[in-house]
Design a protein around this ligand. Structure first.
Ligand code: NDP
Length: 474
């Protein structure tokens, strides 16, 4: 065989990834798709790529140089399993099967275990950036063995987005680590989008600004610490005028947000890991609430008067920007906590500074801000939360008063800010001298004899609530 890399599955993601691979010096790309018509049209439309087209899976496998390396880009789930089996039957020990689709990391762990006895490497790779990223340079999060990464790493580096001369790819950890981190990326993406949505709503509803004026504010924010792909496209979207009606685009779109499920996975896993990711969870729930059309209509019918929108100062936009930044810091802190907990549970050695680094380009949450996270974890990989890193501690302290004003103004004005307010409550929980958890633990001891610990002595204790209320050592 002559190809150093193969791609199986030539729908939009696979074709774009194959074209990206072919455009880079040193790659020779074999392609295969179950339905040959797709292969044929890709090869005909892109003669410059020099693809080696396989009509059958056998022909495809024969066209690969050893160690054979093939990236699967087919429908997640059953399709992926079918292709893994076809390749595993034909590959030899040392060859590498890569799943580049949106797999659940638990499936990736199970698949790696299933393939391991054959001596073939199975590598789950999270790829972020959608169609355009696949073609022009995605952020790439590979899991799998160290050994497979020696072959795969340079190939992935050749197609990844590049920021400051560095490709946005790093070996995340073994087996499902790459898909796990991709999942967390998507969870953070949900939170980021929700927070931006709340900022827009506040500027519009409380600030009284029309969409194009809000767009100008976002464009301005995109020149400061909030600079990011999501803030940039937000300005673009808010400026867009619907061609059919001449109304702002944002006013003709039905206000119900969908989701494909990776945000939900993040929250489900965080619940299992016991990691508070309220910012991400609120973002997932906010989309769910938006879709509850009947409940929204029912409550809207009942509510005859809404709170009066508060008067705000000309500096309101600055306040919102500070609240957005502080809330965003919390959401990322929570996302990185989930990475820490996942790494611990699944035995991955994940370098969080490297994760922030490879998210700087190619992916949806790419942002200037990520440099700060890299810096924080490079300086001290053992910080217990991003909120204790000097830069972030200072940033939150600087924005704190504005953050509180914004959340209070939103509450008084009847504007929902689940992201801003849950982030602030999370921060206040961490910052509080004492939490009402003492009372909750007392309740647990009262009805369930769950015991409690004391502030002044070691040990576990129980109060005889149904008796003379004396305390016993548990
Ligand atoms: P689709 O998810 O639409 O899948 C279509 C492809 O899967 C076709 O090539 C199809 O072959 C193949 N396929 C389906 N079932 C089988 C099977 N049983 N055996 C062999 N081949 C099969 O393609 P996309 O390009 O949209 O996505 C590919 C992957 O990338 C998915 O896992 C998706 O979740 C992920 N993705 C990632 C994005 C990102 O930003 N990271 C964005 C979008 C998708 P045929 O032509 O013969 O039907």
């Amino acid at each position: 065989g002559a190809a150093n890399i193969g791609v199986v599955g030539l729908a939009v993601m696979g074709s774009n990834l194959a074209r990206n691979l072919a455009s880079r010096e040193g790659n020779s790309v074999a392609v295969y798709n179950r339905t040959y018509a797709r292969t044929e049209s890709l090869v005909t439309e892109h003669p410059e790529a020099g693809f080696i087209a396989g009509k059958s899976i056998d022909e495809f496998v024969a066209s690969l140089a050893k160690p054979r390396t093939a990236i699967i880009m087919v429908q997640a789930g059953a399709g992926t399993d079918a292709v893994i089996d076809q390749l595993a039957e034909r590959f030899e020990p040392g060859d590498i099967i890569v799943d580049g689709g949106n797999a659940n990391f638990q499936d990736t762990i199970a698949r790696e275990q299933r393939i391991a006895p054959t001596g073939i490497h199975f590598v789950g790779v999270g790829i972020s950036g959608g169609e355009e990223g696949a073609l022009k340079g995605p952020s790439i999060m590979p899991g799998g063995s160290e050994e497979s990464y020696r072959t795969l790493g340079p190939i992935l580096a050749s197609i990844a987005a590049v920021v400051a001369g560095e490709p946005c790819v790093t070996h995340v950890g073994t087996n499902g680590a790459g898909h796990f981190v991709k999942m967390i990326h998507n969870g953070i993406e949900y939170a980021d989008m929700q927070l931006i949505g709340e900022a827009y709503d506040l500027l519009r509803t409380v600030g009284g600004l029309p969409p194009h004026a809000v767009a100008d504010i976002f464009a301005r924010w995109n020149e400061g610490p909030l600079e990011s792909y999501l803030v940039e496209i937000t300005a673009d979207i808010l400026r867009h005028v619907d061609q059919a009606t001449g109304l702002p685009f944002v006013d003709v779109v039905l206000d119900q947000a969908g989701s494909k499920g990776t945000g939900v996975w993040t929250v489900q896993n965080a619940l299992d890991l016991g990691v508070p990711v309220g910012g991400i969870a609120e973002a997932v729930f906010a989309r769910a609430v938006s879709g509850k059309a009947e409940q929204r209509a029912a409550v809207r019918r009942l509510v005859t008067s809404r709170p009066e929108v508060q008067k705000v100062s000309p500096e309101f936009a600055e306040d919102v920007s500070a609240a957005l930044y502080a809330s965003k810091i919390v959401a990322y802190a929570q996302g990185f906590d989930a990475i820490t907990a996942g790494a611990e549970k699944y035995g991955w050695n994940i370098h969080k500074d490297q994760i922030a680094k490879i998210w700087r380009g190619g992916c949806i949450i790419r942002a200037r801000f990520l440099d700060r996270i890299t810096q924080a974890y490079t300086e001290n990989p053992d910080i217990t939360t991003l909120l204790e890193a000097p830069y972030f501690a200072q940033a939150v302290a600087d924005g704190e008063a504005a953050w509180r004003r914004v959340v209070a103004t939103a509450a008084l004005s009847g504007v929902p800010v689940p992201g801003f307010s849950s982030a602030l409550s999370y921060y206040d929980s961490l910052a509080a001298e004492r939490l009402p958890a003492a009372l909750v633990q007392g309740q647990r001891d009262f009805f369930g004899a769950h015991t409690y610990r004391r502030t002044d002595r070691d040990g576990a204790f129980h109060t005889l609530w149904g008796g003379d209320r004396s305390e016993v050592t548990a």
